[in-house]
Design a protein around this ligand. Structure first.
Ligand code: AMP
Length: 284
């Protein structure tokens, strides 16, 4: 396994592979790898001949006052984990090489970045689409895998790839959870043991919503009210948003009559956590 920091060197490697007829698969990450990331890599491994991951904490997707500086980083550990799942190259550039002086180009997806995390984190998706577009130009992948944990992000990337005719197949991977149900996240390290208990309400509330819908409840306000009740029996968790939306268009849903995205963002201590589920009225 190689670690490449240089943009030109990464492009050269990818160009050689392409000329050899190799399929390049790619998993972009911000590092501090966990089993969720590794599951994406295992999936990507099967889809291509060479597997590239990126580790880059992208400053343009963090807002003022967010956790860019204190975002957890551990390159040595990440290297070992990446090697264990057969990563060929870690592309890990420096911020000044991705955004040198004079940088002024951004990629923006308009409509589906407006609700949910786009509303709470203005500019976030502009940073995400910009860095992913850059990474695609550097790594030149045929296939890229993204997690459904960041469901809106996955749909935004799909939209960008379609709208800009990028020749990359985008694949989604289901959410990977801890045994107790908490969605895996690099940000879970911010949680104290008590906060972690409060955070468990998020995945639990998704289950409660699923049950309600299975029992025949179809009205969005009723489901959302119950979810809010499960999330906030006390002050340990602060809701950012709880919403039911169409999984494709991300438009708000008032009546559940097909697969529907239940998306949650909440603050627990210093951590902002997100989770979601696709809830379908016709289950099993
Ligand atoms: P991040 O390093 O948090 O930017 O995540 C890198 C990629 O891993 C993104 O496509 C995420 O959606 C995905 N990912 C992160 N956590 C999980 C998880 N628990 N399950 C599935 N995918 C995940």
């Amino acid at each position: 396994m190689q670690v490449v920091a240089d943009v030109k060197e990464m492009q050269r490697l990818s160009e050689v592979w392409r000329r050899e007829g190799k399929i390049i698969s790619f998993v972009p990450t911000m590092g501090y790898l966990h089993e969720g990331h590794l599951a994406l890599m295992k999936m990507a491994r099967k889809k291509g001949d060479v597997l590239v991951i990126s580790i880059f904490v992208n400053p343009t997707q963090f807002g003022p006052g967010e956790d860019f500086e204190r975002y957890p980083r551990d390159m040595e550990r990440d290297k070992q984990l990446a090697e264990s799942v057969g990563v060929d190259v870690i592309f890990a550039p420096e911020v000044q090489d991705m955004y040198p002086e004079g940088y002024q180009t951004f990629v923006e997806v308009i409509e589906i970045t407006k609700p949910l995390c786009g509303r709470s984190r203005p500019g976030h998706f502009r940073g995400v689409t910009t860095v992913v577009a850059k990474l695609f130009n550097i790594v030149k992948p045929h296939v890229a895998v993204f997690g459904e944990k960041d469901f809106q992000q996955l749909q935004v990337i799909r939209r960008m790839v379609k709208d800009l005719n990028m020749d990359v197949e985008v694949l989604g991977h289901p959410i990977v959870r801890e045994k107790d149900g908490l969605a895996m996240s690099s940000r879970n390290v911010y949680l104290s043991p008590e906060e972690r208990q409060a955070a468990l309400r998020i995945s639990r509330s998704l289950g409660v919503a699923r049950e309600l819908v299975a029992q025949g409840v179809r009205e969005a306000p009723e489901v959302l009210r119950k979810v809010r009740e499960v999330l906030t029996p006390d002050e340990g968790l602060k809701i950012d948003y709880v919403e039911l939306r169409d999984p494709e268009t991300l438009k708000e849903v008032s009546h559940i009559n097909g697969p529907t995205l239940l998306a949650i963002a909440a603050f627990v201590g210093k951590a902002r956590l997100i989770d979601n589920a696709i809830i379908s009225p016709i289950e099993n």
